[in-house]
Design a protein around this ligand. Structure first.
Ligand SMILES: O=c1[nH]c(=O)c2[nH]c(=O)[nH]c2[nH]1
Length: 296
């Protein structure tokens, strides 16, 4: 006998833009985000018995996202995701969990003639700030904040040697290589009982995002990397140190390989080892290294 093991539904890819205008200074601040909101609860009969009386239409969920963005601050995204999730629980008794994901896209203020421009912005990279909120009657508000799509490269200061060598190994050891990755990292907060607890000390969220970003970039640049594994672990440790309310940190890092190229076939050109200058960036396969670090 089949039974519905789990179910959630809602609207994905809801694109929202909000502007804040400072009447005194004329300075405008913009936020662009993509929101996904999925509901869980007593909705089984909509799947098993064609009972739509338990369905809040995904179109209504989309409308709610716009209304809540108008009524409330959209920054920090942790607060907005919590407000949105809490709304669905407060409004619909049969919904027990709202899963909200907010992806904030970069609009960085332009500097023109050396001055920050009051209303012009540029997209400086595909990096996003992310929040996943699970708002539930049982567990309160669980938040995982993160950074995705932050592409970095260092041209030296990275090694990889001492790994297992056996009959499957062709990779030479290296004491100097290129290291490049698209950073996907996250930090999971202690559970908050309700919206009031999220609001109280709300500045913790921007502070942690700034610290995590700074720690990621500084550690990537300054660490004499023994491996992706070791460098990412150092980043996790530092984020836990910087944000006391964070319980767990995680990284998922592709190792984007740049292969040396033997050009000796052309007039004996030296382009390997110490003479390597022209490399071949690889699109795949790539390493993929992940970890989660918690407080012990
Ligand atoms: O930092 C690395 N970790 C690995 O596990 C690995 N494996 C590999 O082929 N290259 C690398 N680099």
């Amino acid at each position: 006998m089949p039974s519905l093991a789990s179910a959630r539904y809602g609207k994905d890819n809801v694109r929202v833009y909000k502007v804040q205008r400072d009447a005194e200074t004329g300075v405008q601040t913009v936020t662009e985000m993509t929101v996904c909101c999925l509901l869980e609860g007593q909705i089984d009969t909509s799947y098993t018995k064609a009972d739509n009386s338990v369905v809040v239409a995904t179109d209504s969920i989309k409308n709610t996202i716009y209304i809540k963005a108008k009524e409330n601050p959209v920054n920090p995204p942790e607060l907005f995701a919590s407000i949105l999730g809490a709304h669905f629980l407060a409004t619909y008794a049969h919904i027990h969990t709202a899963h909200v994901k907010v992806v904030v896209h970069r609009w960085t203020r332009m500097v023109v003639d050396g001055k920050p421009h009051p209303h012009s912005f540029l997209r400086d990279g595909q990096e996003t700030r992310t929040v996943k909120a699970a708002v539930s009657r049982k567990a309160g508000i669980q938040l995982r904040s993160g950074i995705a799509g932050l592409t970095v490269l260092k041209s030296t200061g990275s090694a990889f040697h001492g790994f297992v060598r056996d009959e499957f190994t062709t990779l030479p050891e290296t004491w100097d290589r290129i290291l490049s990755t698209d950073v996907d990292c996250g930090w999971t907060w202690r559970a908050y009982a309700d919206l009031a607890q999220v609001r109280e000390g709300v500045e913790r969220f921007d502070a942690a995002w700034e610290a995590a970003r700074e720690i990621t970039l500084r550690t990537f640049a300054q660490d004499e990397s023994a491996s992706v594994q070791n460098t990412m672990y150092k980043m996790c440790e530092l984020i836990l140190e910087a944000a006391p309310e964070v319980q767990r940190t995680d990284y998922s890092l592709p190792n984007k390989h740049y292969f040396e190229l033997d050009l000796s076939w052309h007039k004996g050109i030296k382009n390997t080892g110490e003479d390597a200058e022209v490399y071949v960036p690889q699109s795949g396969p790539n390493g993929l290294i992940k970890c989660e670090v918690t407080r012990s």
